[in-house]
Each structure stands twice: as structure tokens, then as C-alpha cells.
Design a protein around this ligand. Sequence first.
Ligand code: SF4
Length: 326
Amino acid sequence: MLPYMVDFQKLRDKIMDKGYNKVLLQLPDGLITYARDIVKELSDFDVFLSAEPCYGACDIVVHEDKLTVQFGHSEIPNIRYPENVIFVEMFSDKKFDAVVEKFIEKYRCDSVGIVASVQHVNHVNEVKALFEKRGITALIGNGDSRVKYPGQVLGCNFSAAREVDMDVDCFVLLGTGVFHGVGVRITTGKKTYVLDPFSNTVTDVEVEADRIMRQRFGAIALTEQAERFGIIISDKIGQKRERLAMTLKSMIESAGFEAYLIYANRVVPESFYYDVDAYVNTACPRITYDDYLRFRKPVISPVELQIALKYRLWENYSFDEIVNVD
Ligand code: SF4
């Protein structure tokens, strides 16, 4: 049984309205165990499961004769998707009362910014009210055109946090896992806590943020010795930053080094055996941070390249974010 609410009748009606008999299902890893249940719900149609990884709404698989139905993500508003793609959002109904109470008891924070991963973004206003009831100012940023909901953050976009960071003492992130919280911490410089309503735990992301920053500075230091660079570009619809890659190539060449542009759909270490000293990743920023140790050569972000080439000061480090794609 699916852990999130889905109105399957509405979904069936939508597929009918679109006029497709064939459906291509894209499921994030966490939903693959429910694939059979979902296929059964859609038994009026010919359903095909896509075994390609599906990490976000930036990443869609399209077959001309089928309707792609991606579960678990919200569309990214500033992407122009093909007509034959729809999204099934999945929101959690888990309440935050207990974990907010736990946070207030343990941590001192007079004004708080509230952000959330998409599965919990439906709770930001209710959490705001809980804080305000206890006399704590709570703010929610709207975010830029890469996010659909106020307070929503992606692993590549923390604009909703940046919008209010000058006016809050700390951030709480509604969700599970620490990556998004670390992104908020590094982007805003403010203390950040993850409130997980399933385990009823509050996690201070400081230790993980420190670990990642140490790793990043190590990667930049290694890249300062590099003379040949591979610039990775994704051809996924919501990750493609070819123009940025071209700018980086010029920057590297102006500094007297070699640069090669490398297109990839799946950016996996097995595909990167090029004779270069370092890679600059313009695809999903999570690859730089999460998969760093899996690559044989240092992988850095565009901002980190600027630091390595001395176009930017270390003090002006910032997390890689995607606002627009090509
Ligand atoms: S680019 Fe990466 S972090 Fe951004 S939405 Fe896609 S998978 Fe998530």
C-alpha cells in the first residue's frame, strides 16, 4: 500500500483526457516497491515501467506514442515539457506537531525560516502557525521559477531559503535525510535543522555540512594543479546547462589550460575515463556532492572552478544551484 495519498480515479481520467492508451511510468527509487500496486490501479491502460533512474522532475523519459507519468515529483515551472508528460504529486499526511514541539524545547531560535522537500511542502503553513503560537516569528520564502510551491527546496535550488535568510536566525527543513538541509545551511550560512515527522527526530546538519565543506575544499585544492578539464553537460531536460559549460570552457582556456565538453545522460563514474585531470560538473549538482568519492578524478562545481582558477575568493564559496536551464 502506497505511503502517500494518490487519487487514482483522477489520474485515470487525466490519462483518458490526454487520449493515450499506452502509459510509461517513471517512479523514484522509493516507490519502485509499489510498482505492481500502481500498475494494477492503471489496468485500463497498457502500462510500461521505465527502469531508468528517476531522481527529479528534471529527468523525464519520453516515448512519442506513450504518455509519461512521473510519480513523486512536482513539475519544475520554468521547464517546457513535451505535451505527453504529466506528474503525480505525492504529499505526506504526517503531522509535524510533535517534532516542532521537540525542536522548540531543545533549540533557541527567535525567528525561523521554514523550507520543505516536496513531499512535505503541504505542511509549511501549519508549521508556521505552530511556531507563531509559541511566539516565534516564522517566515516562508516563495522561491524562484524553478520551484512550484512556497517553501519548497530542491537539491539544486534553495531560493526559498535565500529569500528570507536575512530575516531569520535559523532554518527548519520539513523532510527526511540531510542533503537538502546541508544545502540550506551552506547557501544561507544559517543554522539548519531537519524535522523528520516519521522518526520524530530533529537533526542539526552542522556535522554533515562541515564534512562536505572539508571535502569540497580538498577537491578545489586538488584541482588547482589541473591542466586538462572535462566539462560535464547533461542532456536531461531539466539539467542541461550547455551555455554555462561554454562559458566555463572559455574561462579555462583564458587561464591557459585545456577544456573538453562532454555530454552525458547518466553521469556515472564508469563513463568517465577521459585523459583529463579534473571534471567540472554542470549536470545535477548532487553528483558533485554525493558521488564525489566514486569518481577517479576530482569533480568540482562551476563555482569551485572559479575558485580553483582564482577568479573568485574562497570566502565567496557558494553551493551549486540551478535556476534556469538551456
Ligand atoms: S537537478 Fe538534481 S537536485 Fe535538481 S531536481 Fe534534478 S535530480 Fe533533483
